[in-house]
Design a binder for this molecule. Structure first.
Ligand code: HEM
Length: 501
C-alpha cells in the first residue's frame, strides 16, 4: 500500500524544490526591471556554475544583451542582483555614494584568512585599507624595485637559456614563473632561485584558490550562510600554509623589520607603530591590531591577487605585440631610446618615462580585463539616481568591466587593438568610469602600481632582447579558461621569442 505513495512523495518533493529554487524569480519583474529569464537553481549563472563558461564572459553576455537598459535585473543562482550598465549610476555607486557601497559582500569570516583586504567588509576592511595603503605608495615601491629587478634578471637568464634550443614559448605559464618569484620575494621574502622549482605548496595554493569551488555558488544562493556556519571560502590547507610561512619569516627576522624593504618588513614596521587610528576611509574611526593572523591574511591576498593578474596581463600584452608588429616596432624604439638615455639600465625612473608603453598596457587591460565582475553590496535601501528603481538593503550590485570595455559606445571597433585610444586627448573625451581594469573608487585595486610595475619590468626586459613573433601555434582568437575565477587564456598562449639583431 505504502509503495503507492512513493510517486506522490517524489512529485511533491520535486514541486517543493522547484518552488524553493524559483521563489524569487518575480523579483525584478515586479519592479519593472528588465533582465534575462532565470533558470531554476542557477538563475542566470548556469554556464559558469557548471564550469562551461568563465563568469566574466557570462556577465559580458548579459551586459551586451541589454544595450538600451541602464541596469539589468539578474539572479546569481536564486538571489536577485543588479548589473549596472549606466556609467553615471556606476559613478554614484563606486565613488560618490561609496559610503553606502563600501562592502563587497564576500566576507566569509572575521577570523584567520577572512581578515584579508579583498574579502573583508565593514570596519575590518576600513581598518585594513587605512593601515595597508601606506605600504603601496610610489616611495615604498621604489624601495622594493631592487628585489623585483633581481628577479627579472634571474628570469631573463632562464628565458635566454631556453631560447638557445627553442624559440617557441607558452608565455602564460612562463611569465607566471617570474611573477610568482617576484611576489614570493616581495610578499614574504622567499628567494626562489630555480624557476623550474615553483614550490609544490605554491602550486597547490594556485589550484585551491584560483580554481572555482562550489562555496562561491552556495554563498550566492544563501548569502552569509557560510559565515554563520563557520565554513571558509578558502580550503583549510591554504590558511595553514600562509600561517606557517609568515611564522617562519617572522622568526627569521626576530619579529622585527630587516633591511630587505619588502612587504613583510613594511608590515612589521606598521606593527611597531602600534594601534594607530585611521579615518581615511569614511567617517568611522577605525583601528586594527596587526596580529600574526592579520599578517598571514595579507600575505595570502597579496600573493594570490598579485601573481596571476600580472602574469596574465603581460602574456596578453606580448600576444598582441606578436599580432601587431607595427605597435611592437614603436614600443621597441621607445624602450631602446629611454634605456639608452639611462646608461642602458632599466630603472624605476626609466619605466615611468615610457609613455607609449603605458598606452599599450592600458589597451591590453581594456581588451582583456581580468577581474570580473566587480561587486558591491548596498548598505541601505537606495534609489538609483536617474531612475524610479529603489534597490533594497543587502542587494549585490555588479559591474562588467569587460562589457563596458567592449561597448562600441565607448570604444569604436572594440575588438581592434589600438593603443592610441589611450592618448590624453582620447582619454579626455571618455566618461571617467569607462575604464576599470583595476576597479574604481575607494575600493579599487590596492596593488595597481605594483602590478603595473612588475608587468612593465618583465616586458621591457624581454623586448630589449627579443622580438615577439607569431609561431605556428599562435591562435588568432583566444578562448577564456572556464576553470579559473579570473579571466585567463584557455590552453595557454604560444609565440616565438626571436633574438634581436
Ligand atoms: C595587472 C594586475 C592587477 C589587476 C588587473 C588587478 C585588478 C583588481 C581588481 C579589478 C580589483 C577589484 C577592485 C574593485 O572591486 O573595484 C582588485 C582588488 C585588489 N587587488 Fe588587484 N589587480 C592587479 C594586481 C594586484 C597586485 C599586484 C596586488 C598586490 C600585491 C593586488 C591586490 C589587490 C587587493 C588586496 C585587492 C582588494 C582591495 C580592497 O578590497 O580594498 N592586485 N584588483
Amino acid at each position: 500500500m505504502e509503495v503507492y505513495y512513493i510517486p506522490l512523495v517524489v512529485i511533491a518533493l520535486y514541486y517543493a524544490l522547484y518552488y524553493f529554487f524559483t521563489r524569487n524569480f518575480n523579483y525584478w519583474k515586479k519592479r519593472n526591471v528588465r533582465g534575462p529569464e532565470p533558470m531554476a537553481l542557477f538563475g542566470n549563472l548556469k554556464e559558469s556554475a557548471l564550469r562551461q563558461k568563465n563568469i566574466g564572459l557570462v556577465m559580458q553576455e548579459i551586459y551586451d544583451s541589454y544595450p538600451e537598459e541602464k541596469v539589468v535585473g539578474m539572479f546569481r543562482m536564486t538571489t536577485p542582483s543588479l548589473l549596472i550598465r549606466d556609467l553615471d549610476i556606476l559613478k554614484h555607486i563606486m565613488i560618490k555614494d561609496f559610503e553606502l557601497f563600501a562592502d563587497r559582500g564576500q566576507e566569509f569570516s572575521k577570523q584567520g584568512l577572512g581578515q584579508n583586504l579583498f574579502h573583508a567588509d565593514g570596519d575590518t576592511w576600513r581598518a585594513l585599507r587605512g593601515r595597508f595603503t601606506p605600504i603601496f605608495t610610489s616611495g615604498k615601491l621604489k624601495q622594493m624595485f631592487g628585489i623585483m629587478h633581481d628577479r627579472a634578471d634571474i628570469f631573463m637568464d632562464y628565458v635566454s637559456k631556453k631560447a638557445e634550443n627553442n624559440l617557441e614559448f607558452e608565455i602564460h605559464s612562463l611569465i607566471q614563473k617570474y611573477t610568482v618569484s617576484v611576489i614570493s620575494a616581495c610578499a614574504f621574502g622567499l628567494d626562489l632561485q630555480n624557476l623550474d622549482n615553483k614550490l609544490e605548496d605554491l602550486e597547490l595554493i594556485d589550484k585551491l584558490v584560483l580554481e572555482p569551488n562550489f562555496g562561491l555558488e552556495v554563498d550566492m544562493m544563501f548569502p552569509g550562510l557560510l559565515k554563520k556556519l563557520g565554513f571558509s571560502l578558502l580550503p583549510k590547507p591554504v590558511g595553514v600554509f600562509f600561517n606557517k610561512l609568515v611564522q617562519n619569516v617572522m622568526t627569521l627576522r626576530g619579529g622585527k623589520p630587516s633591511n630587505r624593504n619588502d612587504f613583510m618588513d613594511l608590515i612589521l614596521q606598521l606593527r611597531e607603530m602600534g594601534n594607530v587610528k585611521s579615518a581615511n576611509f569614511g567617517d568611522m574611526q577605525t583601528s586594527l591590531e596587526i596580529t600574526d593572523d592579520v599578517i598571514a591574511a595579507q600575505a595570502f591576498v597579496f600573493y594570490v591577487a598579485g601573481y596571476e593578474t600580472s602574469a596574465t596581463t603581460a602574456s596578453y600584452l606580448l600576444y598582441q605585440l606578436a599580432l601587431n608588429q607595427d605597435v611592437q616596432d614603436k614600443l621597441i624604439a621607445e624602450i631602446d631610446e629611454v634605456t639608452e638615455a639611462h646608461n642602458g639600465q632599466i630603472t624605476y625612473e626609466s619605466l615611468k618615462e615610457m609613455k607609449y608603453f603605458n598606452k599599450v598596457s592600458d589597451e591590453t587591460l581594456r581588451l582583456y580585463s581580468i577581474v570580473e565582475p566587480l561587486q558591491r553590496k548596498c548598505a541601505t535601501d537606495y534609489k538609483l539616481p536617474g531612475t524610479d528603481i529603489t534597490i533594497e538593503k543587502g542587494t549585490i550590485v555588479l559591474v562588467s568591466p569587460r562589457g563596458i570595455h567592449h561597448d562600441e559606445k565607448y570604444y569604436p571597433k572594440p575588438e581592434v587593438f589600438d593603443p592610441e585610444r589611450f592618448s590624453p586627448e582620447e582619454v579626455g573625451k571618455r566618461h571617467p568610469c569607462a575604464y576599470l581594469p583595476f576597479g574604481i573608487g575607494q575600493r579599487n585595486c590596492i596593488g595597481m602600481r605594483f602590478g603595473k610595475l612588475q608587468t612593465a619590468l618583465c616586458v621591457t626586459k624581454l623586448l630589449r632582447k627579443f622580438r615577439i613573433e607569431p609561431s605556428k601555434n599562435t591562435k588568432q582568437v583566444l578562448g577564456v579558461d572556464k576553470n579559473r575565477i579570473i579571466i585567463g587564456p584557455e590552453n595557454g598562449i604560444y609565440v616565438n621569442f626571436v633574438p634581436r639583431k
